[in-house]
Ligand binder design. Structure first.
Ligand code: DQA
Length: 147
C-alpha cells in the first residue's frame, strides 16, 4: 500500500480560529478527516504531522525515509519563507512533494512571495483554501497509481 505524508507547519493547528478572513473557518482536523476519506477511496495510507517547531518538521521528514513514505504534501506555513533547514531535509530524503498554501502568497505581503520550496516541488498550489489539500492529494495519489 502506498503512503502519503501530510505535513503542516506553524500556526496551522489554529486554523478555524486564526485570521478566518484569510484562512477560512475549517479546522486542521476537518482538513485531515477529509483527506482520510480520500485516502480510503484511493487505498492509500495517510500519515499526518503538524508542528510549530522547525527541528521537529526536519526530523519528521527524515523519518519518512524509514517509514516508506512515497509522497509528501507540505504546507510549511511561515517556514516557507525562512527555512533552508526544511528545504534541505526534503532534498535529503528525495521524496517527491507538493507544496500547498491556503492563501495566495503572491497576492500578499512581499515577504511571502519567496518560497524556499517551490523550485524543488513537483507542484505548488496556493490560494484555493482547503480544496488545495484535496487537489494535492488527488494529484499525488494519481502519480503513485501511474508509477
Ligand atoms: C500559508 C502562507 C504563509 O505565508 C503563512 O505564514 C502561513 C500559511 C498558507 O497556507 O496560506 O502560516 O502557508
Amino acid at each position: 500500500m502506498a503512503s502519503i505524508l501530510v505535513i503542516n507547519g506553524p500556526n496551522l493547528n489554529m486554523l478555524g480560529r486564526r485570521e478566518p478572513e484569510i484562512y477560512g473557518h475549517e479546522t486542521l482536523e476537518d482538513i485531515i478527516s477529509g483527506l482520510i476519506d480520500l485516502a480510503d477511496e484511493y487505498n492509500i495510507r495517510l500519515f499526518d504531522f503538524q508542528s510549530n517547531a522547525e527541528h521537529e518538521i526536519v526530523e519528521r521528514i527524515h523519518k519518512a525515509m524509514d517509514d516508506d513514505t512515497d509522497y509528501i504534501i507540505i504546507n510549511p506555513a511561515a517556514f516557507t519563507h525562512t527555512s533552508v533547514a526544511i528545504r534541505d531535509a526534503l532534498a535529503t530524503v528525495d521524496i517527491p512533494f507538493i507544496e500547498v498554501h491556503l492563501s495566495n502568497i503572491h497576492k500578499r505581503e512581499s515577504f511571502r512571495h519567496h518560497s524556499y520550496f517551490s523550485d524543488l516541488a513537483e507542484g505548488v498550489i496556493a490560494g484555493l483554501g482547503t480544496k488545495g489539500y484535496r487537489l494535492a492529494f488527488e494529484a499525488a495519489a494519481e502519480k503513485l497509481e501511474e508509477s
